[in-house]
Write a new protein. Structure first.
Length: 196
């Protein structure tokens, strides 16, 4: 499943483009306020950001967030989405194929590392679903991982564990400390040899 890799790389592309094409909301600062640490001040702020990407006249991706802040002067430049993100992909008929939502996201630009946390949920067109509270995607290593409880539902198969790692397409998932419930039918049929 390339849901996460696809969605997160799309988010990076869209947000990177947004830096150059969206207007900035300027924060008003009182004349007597002196900023002593410019690294802690966002270089770009965008409220109610919604970007739809089209290719060959067809909608491919949609990225929305209530607020984005970019800190390009920090020693480790980053973008933060403190009010959450929603990333959706669409097929050629405009029908949603997959989506990824989270209450919070952060992107470390030099390390090319995404972090999503708080009610992270993803699903694809085949019905595969991912639930976790924190998720990382290392673009350079093409690796998705989590260190907290994560659940993947794929049809009738439910896999759950305290942490997992996978390739960027979420095809080779390896759960750490797997756990879950096994339901057993406790009603017992009596066979002819047991009847007295």
């Amino acid at each position: 499943m390339d849901l996460l890799r696809h969605n997160i790389s799309v988010a990076l592309l869209i947000v990177g483009s947004a830096i150059f094409i969206t207007g900035c909301n300027s924060s008003k600062v009182a004349a007597d306020v002196v900023i002593t640490d410019y690294k802690k001040v966002p270089s770009l702020v965008s409220d109610s950001l919604s970007i739809t990407y089209y290719e060959n006249g067809e909608m491919e991706y949609k990225f929305t967030t209530p607020r984005m802040e970019r800190y390009e002067f920090d020693d480790e430049p980053y973008m933060v989405f403190e009010e959450g993100v929603r990333i959706e992909t669409f097929d050629e008929d405009g029908i949603r194929k997959s989506s990824l939502v989270a209450d919070y996201a952060k992107y470390l630009e030099k390390k090319r590392l995404w972090e999503a946390k708080g009610n992270v949920f993803g699903h694809d067109e085949n019905g595969k679903e991912l639930y976790t509270e924190q998720l990382f995607w290392d673009e350079m290593a093409d690796k998705i991982y989590s260190n907290v409880d994560t659940k993947v539902i794929d049809g009738d198969e439910i896999t759950q564990g305290s942490g997992f790692e996978s390739d960027g397409q979420l095809n080779n998932v390896r759960f750490l400390n797997t756990k879950g419930r096994l339901f057993v039918d406790t009603t017992r049929q009596t066979g002819p040899e047991e009847v007295q």
